[in-house]
Write a protein that binds this ligand. Sequence first.
Ligand code: HH2
Length: 287
Amino acid sequence: MICGRHWVALDRPRVMGVLNVTPDSFFDGGRYADPGRALDRARRMLDDGAAILDIGGESTRPGAAPTSEQQELDRVLPLLEALSAECDARGVPLSVDTRKPAVMRAAIAAGASMVNDINALRAGGALDQVARSGAAVCLMHMRGEPLTMQRNAVYEDDVVAVVTAFLAERAQACERAGIARGRIAVDPGFGFGKTLEHNLELLRRLPEIAALGYPVVAGLSRKSTIGALTGRQVEDRGAGSLAAALAAVARGASLVRVHDVRETVDALNVWQAVQTGQHAGSAGRRA
Ligand code: HH2
């Protein structure tokens, strides 16, 4: 996949490491407010084999209130600037998790080469910001807005058909705006205006979304779906999240967006070796 000046080989499933510099993200909120800690965490994820680092400055968990543009800029830009040269040297693209065009523009200028948008570039000017840069985009499906989305998680039609049609339409809009196909990934948006049943159905039928022909990103890490299936609190959802990541790659996901990079890279290395009969022995860190 083309991410600006970077190329992410998706010949095998890869890990996108999540780093939220927010006070209120559902798992890592408040942990990385200190710039030094955020930087350490990012470096750890690079060492552990993340193929992309996804930096977020706004929590979009169910019930989250929107963050102002300035707040989001103040949170993500210093980290992107601090990491840009290091990530370039390691060949790992930085992604910015935002739905605001002004944040996209500033983040790209600060070194991001991917935009991960839970709103699938629907905000006015967003398509243009990505199109005029060389950045990649992850288009995610969301029903409603984070503040209220779990109140109206109703689909008149088959949820998989609705999500697939939405992602196809948004990918076509990107291509029409001049974003090359090789820069586009799609994501069903687990937990974004969806019940447990919807999330399971989307995961089970992920091959239908993969059939669109764009790399699929799957983000289930530590989400309430894992909590509902295991009865565990967010801190104890690591094992359940690994199972979900494997279930996703087994159904065609090319990238898994996770908080636990090291464990997921290990799981994918084992899975990949079983799938292909090939492995990199003790040197095989990167997934
Ligand atoms: N999930 C979250 C945020 N961004 N982006 C994509 N592409 N896919 C996802 O599933 C996804 C996403 C929510 O998780 P997190 O960032 O950990 O929490 P918060 O929104 O509370 O910061």
